[in-house]
Design a protein around this ligand. Structure first.
Ligand SMILES: [Zn+2]
Length: 351
């Protein structure tokens, strides 16, 4: 019998309610400590070009940058790819559109935050990363390549680095430039701290190495070209890891979320199952508690609407991840700016 492996994988991904553990994906441990971070060291790898050898054969599509963005609406602990993010704004998403309408009408800062968390997708910056064989890394990751759905906190640091022309102050040199250049790179140290119920990555940083970039693989201080080549060929075709949005499903989901219209074709095993909070209480803006407890994709589950005070930082991060072009600090000013930016972007897109 001929099996369609793609279809089987898709089905599996669906039936595991977003908890599908892809062995190619790196997911940091859940932090238990709010002062001593779990640390990982990795190199972000250069973009994969069409035809490049990857771990799964020749790449089908070129990456335009060192990352690929994608976004999920999280509903009942399950990810639903957002068509607006996937198409980079070309397609409309009824869930986002509803959220944008609410944002336009709402001036109250707190309520706007809740709208962001409830209706806007969580965006990710997907990158290939390579874990060098160093003690900091868990043994099973040493010398391995994975893909990683990074949050905006990290992405902001990476873009700042890219925009720096030099190491700056010799007393306190910084990583700068094309940090993912395989023969002149800067290693990144991911630091995971517990913050409320979530992971916080705020203390993560580049290892500046005195301002001198290094090759991702060395031999006697010289770039080990063979080893570098091997690492590059172990990169992952990121597009093969992104689930394409299902427009029909998103429309139905939006209808259920907005109108509570729950008898228009949702099967039990489809989107809104056992925990019927969305379908039975469509006007209740809070998701079930288990959506928050889940370790679904990674750190910042965006539905942490009623998080306690010390989780505020991560709530802000989740909102940052919601496609907003703003800094990661959670002061009221920056939150306001973030929402204005978001609405500004939308108006440009719309008109
Ligand atoms: Zn959307």
């Amino acid at each position: 019998m001929a099996y369609d492996v793609q279809a089987i994988r898709k089905k599996l991904q669906g039936s595991t309610r977003g908890r599908f553990n892809d062995p190619d994906m790196f997911k940091p441990e859940k932090a238990q400590d709010s002062t001593t971070p779990i640390k990982y060291r990795f190199f972000v790898l250069p973009p994969v070009m069409k035809g490049d050898t990857t771990g799964s054969g020749p790449a089908t599509k070129s990456m335009e940058q060192f990352f690929v963005t994608h976004g999920n609406h999280w509903v009942n602990d399950r990810p639903h790819p957002c068509p607006r993010i996937y198409s980079e704004g070309a397609d409309e998403c009824p869930i986002c559109s509803f959220g944008f309408d609410l944002l336009r009408e709402e001036q109250n800062q707190e309520k706007r935050r809740l709208i962001l968390n409830q209706w806007m997708p969580q965006s990710y910056y997907m990158v290939n990363i390579y874990f060098p064989s160093v003690k900091t890394n868990p043994e099973d990751l040493r010398g391995k390549t994975r893909y990683y759905n990074a949050s905006k906190t990290l992405f902001d640091q990476w873009t700042s680095c890219l925009l720096r022309d030099d190491a700056g102050d010799p007393e306190d040199p910084q990583a700068f430039g094309v940090f993912f250049d395989e023969s002149a790179a800067f290693c990144y140290q991911l630091e995971v701290l517990k913050s409320g119920r979530n992971n916080s990555y705020k203390t993560s940083k580049f290892l500046a190495n005195g301002g001198d970039p290094i090759a991702i693989a060395n031999k006697d201080g010289e770039p080990n070209t063979k080893a570098i080549q091997k690492v590059l060929e172990s990169r992952i075709d990121l597009y093969s890891k992104i689930e394409e949005p299902d427009l029909d499903k998103i429309k139905k989901l939006a209808s259920v979320m907005i109108n509570g219209d729950d008898d228009d074709g949702f099967d039990e095993d489809e989107t809104l199952s056992e925990s019927s909070s969305v379908s039975s209480k469509p006007k209740a803006k809070s998701p079930p508690a288990d959506a928050v407890e889940s370790d679904s994709l990674e750190d910042e589950v965006p539905f942490d609407a009623d998080a306690d005070a010390d989780a505020n930082a991560d709530t802000a991060d989740a909102a940052d991840a919601a496609d907003a072009d703003a800094g990661s600090d959670d002061s009221d000013d920056s939150a306001n700016k973030e929402i204005e930016d978001l609405l500004g972007q939308l108006d440009e897109d719309d008109d």
